[in-house]
Write a protein that binds this ligand. Sequence first.
Ligand code: PHE
Length: 383
Amino acid sequence: MSQTDIDQLQADLLAAIAGAPGLEGLEQCRVHALGKQGVVTGLLKTLGGMSPDERQLQGPRIQALRTAVTEAIGDRKAMMERAGLDARLATETLDMSLPAGGMSGGSVHPVSQVMDELAEIFADLGFAVATGPEIEDDWHNFTALNIPDAHPARAMHDTFYFEAQAKTAGDGQNPSSDSAGLAGGAGRAKRMLLRTHTSPVQIRTMVTTPPPIRIIAPGRTYRSDSDATHTPMFHQVEGLVIDKGITLGHLKWTLETFVKAFFERDDIVLRQRPSYFPFTEPSVEIDVGYTLIKGKRVIGGTAPDGWMEILGSGMVHPKVIAACGLDPEVWQGFAFGCGIDRLAMLKYGIDDLRAFFDGDLRWLRHYGFAALDIPTLSGGIGA
Ligand code: PHE
Protein backbone atom coordinates (compact mmCIF):
# COMPACT_ATOMS: atom_id res chain seq x y z
CA MET A 1 0.00 0.00 0.00
CA SER A 2 1.37 3.38 -0.88
CA GLN A 3 1.79 6.14 1.65
CA THR A 4 -0.94 8.05 -0.15
CA ASP A 5 -3.36 5.17 0.28
CA ILE A 6 -2.49 4.87 3.94
CA ASP A 7 -2.92 8.63 4.43
CA GLN A 8 -6.29 8.41 2.73
CA LEU A 9 -7.37 5.47 4.92
CA GLN A 10 -6.22 7.33 8.05
CA ALA A 11 -8.14 10.45 7.05
CA ASP A 12 -11.30 8.38 6.47
CA LEU A 13 -10.99 6.57 9.78
CA LEU A 14 -10.30 9.75 11.76
CA ALA A 15 -13.26 11.47 10.10
CA ALA A 16 -15.51 8.56 11.07
CA ILE A 17 -14.22 8.69 14.66
CA ALA A 18 -14.75 12.45 14.88
CA GLY A 19 -18.27 12.04 13.52
CA ALA A 20 -19.29 9.08 15.67
CA PRO A 21 -22.59 10.10 17.27
CA GLY A 22 -22.10 8.37 20.60
CA LEU A 23 -20.17 5.76 22.54
CA GLU A 24 -21.84 2.99 20.58
CA GLY A 25 -20.92 4.53 17.22
CA LEU A 26 -17.38 5.00 18.46
CA GLU A 27 -17.19 1.33 19.42
CA GLN A 28 -18.27 0.43 15.88
CA CYS A 29 -15.41 2.56 14.51
CA ARG A 30 -13.00 0.75 16.81
CA VAL A 31 -14.15 -2.68 15.68
CA HIS A 32 -14.07 -1.57 12.03
CA ALA A 33 -10.44 -0.41 12.34
CA LEU A 34 -8.81 -2.35 15.15
CA GLY A 35 -11.06 -5.39 15.75
CA LYS A 36 -9.98 -8.90 14.78
CA GLN A 37 -11.30 -8.41 11.22
CA GLY A 38 -10.56 -4.70 11.21
CA VAL A 39 -8.92 -2.87 8.31
CA VAL A 40 -5.85 -1.78 10.27
CA THR A 41 -5.49 -5.24 11.80
CA GLY A 42 -5.71 -6.66 8.26
CA LEU A 43 -2.87 -4.39 7.12
CA LEU A 44 -0.73 -5.43 10.08
CA LYS A 45 -1.24 -9.08 9.12
CA THR A 46 0.15 -8.43 5.62
CA LEU A 47 3.53 -7.54 7.18
CA GLY A 48 4.25 -11.23 7.77
CA GLY A 49 4.19 -12.08 4.05
CA MET A 50 6.44 -9.21 2.93
CA SER A 51 10.09 -9.28 1.98
CA PRO A 52 12.37 -7.77 4.65
CA ASP A 53 12.94 -4.65 2.56
CA GLU A 54 9.29 -4.03 1.98
CA ARG A 55 8.45 -4.74 5.63
CA GLN A 56 10.98 -2.10 6.64
CA LEU A 57 9.16 0.40 4.49
CA GLN A 58 5.56 -0.59 5.30
CA GLY A 59 5.99 -1.51 8.99
CA PRO A 60 6.44 2.01 10.39
CA ARG A 61 3.67 3.38 8.14
CA ILE A 62 1.10 0.86 9.29
CA GLN A 63 2.15 1.13 12.95
CA ALA A 64 1.83 4.92 12.76
CA LEU A 65 -1.67 4.48 11.32
CA ARG A 66 -2.59 2.19 14.17
CA THR A 67 -1.25 4.60 16.79
CA ALA A 68 -3.11 7.55 15.26
CA VAL A 69 -6.41 5.66 15.16
CA THR A 70 -6.02 4.28 18.71
CA GLU A 71 -5.28 7.71 20.13
CA ALA A 72 -8.14 9.37 18.26
CA ILE A 73 -10.59 6.79 19.64
CA GLY A 74 -9.24 7.25 23.20
CA ASP A 75 -9.47 11.05 23.01
CA ARG A 76 -12.96 11.02 21.58
CA LYS A 77 -14.13 8.54 24.20
CA ALA A 78 -12.79 10.65 27.08
CA MET A 79 -14.46 13.70 25.58
CA MET A 80 -17.82 11.94 25.27
CA GLU A 81 -17.64 10.71 28.87
CA ARG A 82 -16.78 14.16 30.17
CA ALA A 83 -19.64 15.68 28.21
CA GLY A 84 -21.99 13.05 29.62
CA LEU A 85 -20.95 13.86 33.18
CA ASP A 86 -21.26 17.61 32.56
CA ALA A 87 -24.76 17.10 31.19
CA ARG A 88 -25.75 15.08 34.26
CA LEU A 89 -24.30 17.64 36.64
CA ALA A 90 -26.16 20.38 34.80
CA THR A 91 -29.53 18.69 35.20
CA GLU A 92 -29.28 16.93 38.57
CA THR A 93 -29.73 18.99 41.70
CA LEU A 94 -29.30 18.10 45.35
CA ASP A 95 -31.04 20.25 47.94
CA MET A 96 -28.79 20.07 50.99
CA SER A 97 -31.34 21.95 53.09
CA LEU A 98 -34.00 19.22 52.82
CA PRO A 99 -34.65 17.27 56.03
CA ALA A 100 -33.29 13.70 55.86
CA GLY A 101 -36.68 12.04 55.49
CA GLY A 102 -35.87 8.40 54.88
CA MET A 103 -32.82 8.48 57.13
CA SER A 104 -34.52 8.75 60.49
CA GLY A 105 -33.60 5.17 61.51
CA GLY A 106 -30.24 6.06 63.08
CA SER A 107 -29.94 5.74 66.85
CA VAL A 108 -27.31 5.88 69.56
CA HIS A 109 -26.14 2.45 70.76
CA PRO A 110 -26.83 1.78 74.47
CA VAL A 111 -23.09 1.40 75.10
CA SER A 112 -22.40 4.85 73.64
CA GLN A 113 -25.31 6.24 75.60
CA VAL A 114 -24.00 4.79 78.87
CA MET A 115 -20.51 6.13 78.13
CA ASP A 116 -22.03 9.60 77.71
CA GLU A 117 -23.93 9.19 80.96
CA LEU A 118 -20.75 8.16 82.80
CA ALA A 119 -18.85 11.14 81.44
CA GLU A 120 -21.69 13.44 82.48
CA ILE A 121 -21.94 12.06 86.03
CA PHE A 122 -18.22 12.03 86.68
CA ALA A 123 -17.64 15.42 85.08
CA ASP A 124 -19.94 16.77 87.78
CA LEU A 125 -17.64 15.18 90.38
CA GLY A 126 -14.57 16.82 88.81
CA PHE A 127 -13.32 13.84 86.78
CA ALA A 128 -11.82 14.27 83.29
CA VAL A 129 -12.13 11.60 80.59
CA ALA A 130 -8.83 9.87 79.69
CA THR A 131 -8.12 7.38 76.91
CA GLY A 132 -5.39 4.92 76.02
CA PRO A 133 -4.56 2.53 73.18
CA GLU A 134 -6.43 -0.75 72.73
CA ILE A 135 -3.21 -2.37 71.50
CA GLU A 136 -1.11 -2.27 74.65
CA ASP A 137 2.25 -3.53 75.75
CA ASP A 138 2.85 -5.99 78.52
CA TRP A 139 4.29 -3.37 80.85
CA HIS A 140 1.24 -1.09 80.91
CA ASN A 141 -1.33 -3.90 80.92
CA PHE A 142 0.35 -6.11 83.52
CA THR A 143 3.80 -5.43 84.90
CA ALA A 144 3.27 -1.85 86.07
CA LEU A 145 -0.02 -2.98 87.62
CA ASN A 146 1.92 -5.28 89.93
CA ILE A 147 1.25 -8.34 87.77
CA PRO A 148 4.79 -9.43 86.89
CA ASP A 149 5.46 -12.30 84.53
CA ALA A 150 4.44 -15.69 85.88
CA HIS A 151 2.06 -14.00 88.34
CA PRO A 152 -1.00 -16.25 88.66
CA ALA A 153 -3.31 -13.28 88.07
CA ARG A 154 -2.22 -13.28 84.42
CA ALA A 155 -4.14 -16.49 83.98
CA MET A 156 -7.34 -14.66 85.02
CA HIS A 157 -7.09 -12.50 81.89
CA ASP A 158 -7.44 -14.72 78.83
CA THR A 159 -5.15 -12.45 76.88
CA PHE A 160 -4.94 -12.03 73.11
CA TYR A 161 -1.22 -11.65 72.44
CA PHE A 162 0.29 -10.45 69.18
CA GLU A 163 3.08 -12.56 67.76
CA ALA A 164 6.44 -11.23 68.88
CA GLN A 165 8.07 -9.06 66.22
CA ALA A 166 11.50 -9.97 64.95
CA LYS A 167 13.34 -7.24 66.82
CA THR A 168 11.58 -8.02 70.07
CA ALA A 169 11.50 -11.78 69.57
CA GLY A 170 13.40 -12.19 72.82
CA ASP A 171 10.31 -11.02 74.68
CA GLY A 172 8.32 -14.03 73.60
CA GLN A 173 11.00 -16.59 74.35
CA ASN A 174 12.25 -15.20 77.59
CA PRO A 175 9.84 -12.57 78.77
CA SER A 176 11.19 -12.27 82.29
CA SER A 177 14.51 -10.98 81.04
CA ASP A 178 12.84 -7.96 79.50
CA SER A 179 10.31 -6.99 82.08
CA ALA A 180 12.30 -7.26 85.24
CA GLY A 181 10.60 -5.54 88.09
CA LEU A 182 8.19 -2.67 88.36
CA ALA A 183 10.66 0.18 88.01
CA GLY A 184 9.20 2.19 85.09
CA GLY A 185 11.23 3.40 82.11
CA ALA A 186 14.02 0.97 81.42
CA GLY A 187 13.34 -2.65 80.58
CA ARG A 188 9.70 -2.33 79.52
CA ALA A 189 8.68 -5.46 77.69
CA LYS A 190 7.43 -4.70 74.20
CA ARG A 191 5.30 -7.79 73.73
CA MET A 192 2.03 -6.37 72.39
CA LEU A 193 -1.46 -7.50 73.31
CA LEU A 194 -5.08 -6.36 73.22
CA ARG A 195 -5.66 -4.69 76.55
CA THR A 196 -7.57 -6.99 78.88
CA HIS A 197 -8.89 -4.13 81.03
CA THR A 198 -8.89 -0.34 81.11
CA SER A 199 -6.43 -0.31 84.03
CA PRO A 200 -3.41 0.45 81.77
CA VAL A 201 -4.96 3.91 81.33
CA GLN A 202 -4.33 4.42 85.08
CA ILE A 203 -0.65 3.81 84.42
CA ARG A 204 -0.50 6.04 81.35
CA THR A 205 -2.20 8.84 83.25
CA MET A 206 0.02 8.59 86.34
CA VAL A 207 3.16 8.47 84.19
CA THR A 208 2.24 11.60 82.22
CA THR A 209 0.08 13.74 84.53
CA PRO A 210 1.26 15.25 87.80
CA PRO A 211 -1.24 14.63 90.64
CA PRO A 212 -3.82 15.43 91.83
CA ILE A 213 -5.54 13.13 89.32
CA ARG A 214 -9.25 12.49 88.82
CA ILE A 215 -10.09 10.57 85.66
CA ILE A 216 -12.43 8.03 84.21
CA ALA A 217 -11.36 5.99 81.19
CA PRO A 218 -14.13 4.29 79.25
CA GLY A 219 -13.25 2.06 76.32
CA ARG A 220 -13.01 -1.30 74.60
CA THR A 221 -11.29 -4.24 76.25
CA TYR A 222 -10.62 -7.77 75.03
CA ARG A 223 -10.45 -11.26 76.47
CA SER A 224 -10.50 -14.63 74.77
CA ASP A 225 -13.82 -15.56 76.27
CA SER A 226 -17.17 -16.11 74.59
CA ASP A 227 -20.48 -17.36 75.94
CA ALA A 228 -23.92 -15.98 76.85
CA THR A 229 -22.47 -13.47 79.31
CA HIS A 230 -19.01 -12.87 77.77
CA THR A 231 -17.99 -11.46 74.42
CA PRO A 232 -14.33 -11.33 73.26
CA MET A 233 -14.66 -7.54 73.01
CA PHE A 234 -16.44 -5.72 75.79
CA HIS A 235 -16.40 -2.29 77.42
CA GLN A 236 -15.07 -1.14 80.75
CA VAL A 237 -14.79 2.14 82.53
CA GLU A 238 -11.86 2.78 84.81
CA GLY A 239 -11.81 5.38 87.54
CA LEU A 240 -8.70 6.76 89.20
CA VAL A 241 -8.14 9.33 91.93
CA ILE A 242 -4.63 10.20 93.13
CA ASP A 243 -4.18 12.90 95.73
CA LYS A 244 -2.94 13.41 99.28
CA GLY A 245 -4.86 11.81 102.13
CA ILE A 246 -7.27 9.75 100.03
CA THR A 247 -9.03 6.96 101.94
CA LEU A 248 -11.50 4.13 101.43
CA GLY A 249 -14.18 6.56 102.64
CA HIS A 250 -13.68 8.70 99.53
CA LEU A 251 -13.98 5.59 97.39
CA LYS A 252 -17.23 4.54 99.06
CA TRP A 253 -18.83 7.98 98.77
CA THR A 254 -17.79 8.39 95.15
CA LEU A 255 -19.18 5.02 94.10
CA GLU A 256 -22.41 5.53 96.01
CA THR A 257 -22.90 8.94 94.44
CA PHE A 258 -22.17 7.50 91.01
CA VAL A 259 -24.51 4.50 91.31
CA LYS A 260 -27.36 6.68 92.60
CA ALA A 261 -26.94 9.16 89.75
CA PHE A 262 -26.60 6.41 87.17
CA PHE A 263 -29.68 4.42 88.18
CA GLU A 264 -31.48 7.67 88.93
CA ARG A 265 -32.76 6.72 92.36
CA ASP A 266 -31.73 7.44 95.93
CA ASP A 267 -32.72 4.16 97.56
CA ILE A 268 -29.55 2.40 96.46
CA VAL A 269 -27.66 0.26 98.93
CA LEU A 270 -24.09 -0.81 98.22
CA ARG A 271 -22.29 -3.68 99.86
CA GLN A 272 -18.51 -3.84 100.04
CA ARG A 273 -16.78 -7.21 100.05
CA PRO A 274 -13.07 -7.90 100.49
CA SER A 275 -11.54 -9.07 97.23
CA TYR A 276 -8.22 -9.36 95.48
CA PHE A 277 -6.66 -7.41 92.61
CA PRO A 278 -2.87 -7.24 92.37
CA PHE A 279 -3.00 -3.48 91.74
CA THR A 280 -5.16 -2.48 94.72
CA GLU A 281 -4.66 -3.05 98.44
CA PRO A 282 -7.06 -3.44 100.04
CA SER A 283 -9.33 -4.57 97.21
CA VAL A 284 -13.06 -4.16 97.46
CA GLU A 285 -15.78 -5.74 95.35
CA ILE A 286 -18.95 -3.65 95.22
CA ASP A 287 -22.41 -5.21 95.08
CA VAL A 288 -25.62 -3.29 94.53
CA GLY A 289 -28.91 -4.31 96.13
CA TYR A 290 -31.87 -5.31 93.95
CA THR A 291 -35.56 -5.78 94.59
CA LEU A 292 -37.56 -8.55 92.94
CA ILE A 293 -40.52 -7.13 91.03
CA LYS A 294 -42.63 -9.78 89.27
CA GLY A 295 -39.62 -12.06 89.23
CA LYS A 296 -37.37 -9.41 87.65
CA ARG A 297 -34.34 -7.97 89.44
CA VAL A 298 -34.63 -4.21 89.65
CA ILE A 299 -31.68 -2.22 91.00
CA GLY A 300 -32.57 -0.34 94.19
CA GLY A 301 -34.67 -0.72 97.32
CA THR A 302 -33.55 -0.03 100.86
CA ALA A 303 -34.24 -3.61 101.97
CA PRO A 304 -32.77 -5.51 99.03
CA ASP A 305 -33.88 -9.02 98.07
CA GLY A 306 -30.41 -9.82 96.84
CA TRP A 307 -27.07 -8.47 95.65
CA MET A 308 -25.49 -8.08 92.27
CA GLU A 309 -21.78 -7.57 91.77
CA ILE A 310 -21.17 -4.43 89.73
CA LEU A 311 -17.58 -3.35 90.11
CA GLY A 312 -14.08 -4.01 91.39
CA SER A 313 -12.17 -1.36 93.26
CA GLY A 314 -9.62 -0.64 95.93
CA MET A 315 -6.85 1.63 97.13
CA VAL A 316 -4.11 1.89 94.50
CA HIS A 317 -1.24 -0.40 95.52
CA PRO A 318 1.89 1.54 96.60
CA LYS A 319 3.94 -0.53 94.15
CA VAL A 320 1.77 0.73 91.28
CA ILE A 321 2.18 4.34 92.38
CA ALA A 322 5.95 3.81 92.61
CA ALA A 323 6.08 2.11 89.19
CA CYS A 324 4.68 5.32 87.71
CA GLY A 325 7.43 7.39 89.29
CA LEU A 326 5.38 8.85 92.19
CA ASP A 327 6.20 8.62 95.89
CA PRO A 328 3.61 6.37 97.58
CA GLU A 329 4.44 8.01 100.92
CA VAL A 330 3.06 11.26 99.52
CA TRP A 331 0.37 10.18 97.06
CA GLN A 332 -2.50 7.77 97.65
CA GLY A 333 -5.61 7.04 95.72
CA PHE A 334 -8.37 4.71 94.76
CA ALA A 335 -9.31 3.02 91.53
CA PHE A 336 -12.30 1.15 90.24
CA GLY A 337 -13.21 -0.80 87.13
CA CYS A 338 -16.64 -1.68 85.88
CA GLY A 339 -18.22 -3.37 82.86
CA ILE A 340 -20.14 -0.84 80.77
CA ASP A 341 -22.15 -3.43 78.84
CA ARG A 342 -23.39 -4.86 82.12
CA LEU A 343 -24.34 -1.40 83.38
CA ALA A 344 -26.34 -0.85 80.19
CA MET A 345 -28.08 -4.22 80.56
CA LEU A 346 -29.00 -3.55 84.18
CA LYS A 347 -30.25 -0.02 83.58
CA TYR A 348 -32.15 -0.59 80.35
CA GLY A 349 -33.41 -4.12 80.94
CA ILE A 350 -31.52 -5.74 78.07
CA ASP A 351 -30.93 -9.41 78.70
CA ASP A 352 -28.73 -10.74 75.92
CA LEU A 353 -25.19 -9.41 75.85
CA ARG A 354 -24.38 -10.89 72.45
CA ALA A 355 -27.14 -8.86 70.78
CA PHE A 356 -25.13 -5.73 71.66
CA PHE A 357 -22.63 -6.51 68.93
CA ASP A 358 -24.80 -8.15 66.24
CA GLY A 359 -25.47 -4.86 64.46
CA ASP A 360 -29.13 -5.85 64.01
CA LEU A 361 -30.99 -2.67 63.02
CA ARG A 362 -34.22 -3.84 64.66
CA TRP A 363 -32.41 -4.25 67.97
CA LEU A 364 -30.81 -0.82 67.59
CA ARG A 365 -34.16 0.77 66.83
CA HIS A 366 -35.65 -0.84 69.91
CA TYR A 367 -32.86 -0.21 72.41
CA GLY A 368 -31.10 2.76 70.80
CA PHE A 369 -31.42 6.39 71.84
CA ALA A 370 -32.33 9.44 69.80
CA ALA A 371 -29.17 11.14 68.58
CA LEU A 372 -30.07 14.53 70.00
CA ASP A 373 -31.08 13.29 73.46
CA ILE A 374 -27.88 14.19 75.24
CA PRO A 375 -27.72 13.05 78.87
CA THR A 376 -27.61 15.85 81.42
CA LEU A 377 -27.94 15.76 85.19
CA SER A 378 -30.66 18.37 85.09
CA GLY A 379 -32.63 16.86 82.22
CA GLY A 380 -32.32 13.25 83.39
CA ILE A 381 -29.30 11.09 82.72
CA GLY A 382 -31.07 8.32 80.81
CA ALA A 383 -33.70 10.48 79.15
N1 PHE B 1 -9.13 -4.10 86.11
C1 PHE B 1 -9.98 -4.90 86.92
C2 PHE B 1 -10.66 -5.97 86.06
O1 PHE B 1 -10.69 -5.83 84.87
C3 PHE B 1 -11.03 -4.08 87.62
C4 PHE B 1 -10.46 -3.13 88.63
C5 PHE B 1 -10.05 -1.85 88.25
C6 PHE B 1 -10.33 -3.50 89.96
C7 PHE B 1 -9.52 -0.98 89.18
C8 PHE B 1 -9.80 -2.64 90.88
C9 PHE B 1 -9.40 -1.37 90.51
O2 PHE B 1 -11.15 -6.95 86.53
